[in-house]
Design a protein around this ligand. Structure first.
Ligand code: SOE
Length: 373
């Protein structure tokens, strides 16, 4: 009988839904050394969290994360709340010796992120940040191609994460456009993913120059309300970046890119070849190699059993989706817990990512190159 791993999830909206699906599916499709049990989901609104528990398959529900993270029967705390509560939940969960999975960005400031890292280290608990896109098979394959030298020396990382759900001025001031809750706008919400991917695929960022822009400066407090509230976060974040390897690049996040829905794209150019990935076509990796005649970009369909994670799903060509990247993330967390190892990306990566976000914010204010701490 497999040892059980009792999960408590804090938060139940969009990320809670994606993580619930992952916890439910992971041991149905992959050999897991431990059996995750969806024990309890937490939220402030009792009626809504009760409905979410029933809908997503959690055994219990609670309106007190403080009580849940202290329960002796809980092994893992999965934080799916806005960034303003990541620190207090982490401090309590670490003190209660729980393994922690936390949604990105790790926190709303460097100080909070460093306090979270210190807490998990002091309490010697396993910690992971949910940058799920590293575990899209085509992205993991991209890392393998870079590691095996297929691209040669890397010159460029070009990352763009584009959405358009805020172009409409009638979209109310939801938490993702409130600095106190989200820490920043497109920068922390979506450019943070491209920052993490650039660190996963190319290396550490040492300096940035940037421009943060807010296009709509106030929004209705509620849908249809005539009461307006100021927007205090960026709608678009554009940056030039230098890597420790000597590579250079650009990272852009915007929620005003009309027509782009979840266009998380990167292109990497090296001395021997290039790769390009677009989340909206996430089973495909564009690959260009200088080797051989008649070269040109070709499409690798990353759906072979030999491609990362795909063996757990379907025969070749039976493509997978956005939600599978979360399943792969919790799979590797379960394996890490079983082996008592710290998976990647973890809170160290969360702090490094936060320092890049902070440098981008500083550079936009100073209009000068800023070093990443
Ligand atoms: C923003 O709309 C968002 O939900 C991000 O917060 C997620 O991290 C990203 O995966 C999808 O888009």
């Amino acid at each position: 009988m497999k040892k059980k791993l009792n999960i408590a999830m804090i938060g139940y909206k969009f990320m809670g839904k994606a993580h619930s699906n992952a916890w439910k599916q992971v041991s149905r499709f992959f050999e897991t050394p431990l059996e995750p049990v969806m024990k309890v989901v937490c939220g402030r609104n009792e009626e809504q969290v009760k409905e979410a528990a029933q809908r997503f398959g959690w055994q219990e529900y609670s309106t007190s994360w403080e009580e849940v993270v202290a329960r002796k029967d809980i092994d893992v705390v999965d934080i799916c709340t806005p960034g303003d509560s990541h620190l207090p939940i982490t401090l309590a969960a670490a003190e209660n010796k729980k393994a922690i999975l936390c949604e990105k960005p790790l926190a709303n400031t460097i100080t909070e992120a460093e306090q979270m890292l210190a807490a998990v280290k002091q309490n010697a608990v396993i910690h992971m940040i949910c940058h799920n896109y590293r575990r899209v098979p085509a992205v993991t394959l991209a890392r393998q191609l870079i590691d095996d030298g297929s691209l040669g020396e890397i010159f460029h990382y070009r990352g763009t994460y584009l959405q358009d759900w805020l172009v409409n001025p009638n979209v109310p001031r939801v938490w993702r456009v409130e600095k106190a809750k989200a820490g920043s706008g497109a920068l922390g919400d979506i450019a943070s993913h491209s920052v993490d991917l650039s660190r996963y695929l190319v290396g550490e960022i040492t300096e940035v120059a940037s421009l943060l822009k807010t296009f709509i400066s106030e929004r209705p407090v509620e849908p249809g309300s005539s009461t307006m509230a100021p927007v205090d976060v960026d709608d678009a974040a554009l940056s030039l970046v230098k890597f420790d390897s000597g590579a250079v690049g650009t990272i852009e996040g915007s929620r005003f890119a009309t027509g782009r829905k979840n266009y998380n794209r990167f292109e990497i150019n090296g001395s021997r070849g290039s790769i390009a990935f677009n989340l909206e076509r996430l089973n495909e990796l564009q690959f260009y190699s200088e080797e051989g005649a008649n070269s040109g970009f070709r499409t690798i369909l990353a759906t072979e059993p030999t491609h990362p994670y795909f063996g757990g799903w379907w025969p070749p060509g039976h493509i997978i989706g956005y939600e599978h990247s979360f399943t792969h993330t919790v799979l590797d967390l379960i394996k890490a817990i079983d082996e008592q190892k710290i998976p990647t990306p973890n809170f160290e990566d969360g702090v490094r990512n936060q320092k890049v976000l902070d440098a981008i914010e500083r550079a936009s204010g100073s209009q000068r190159w800023e070093a990443v701490d």
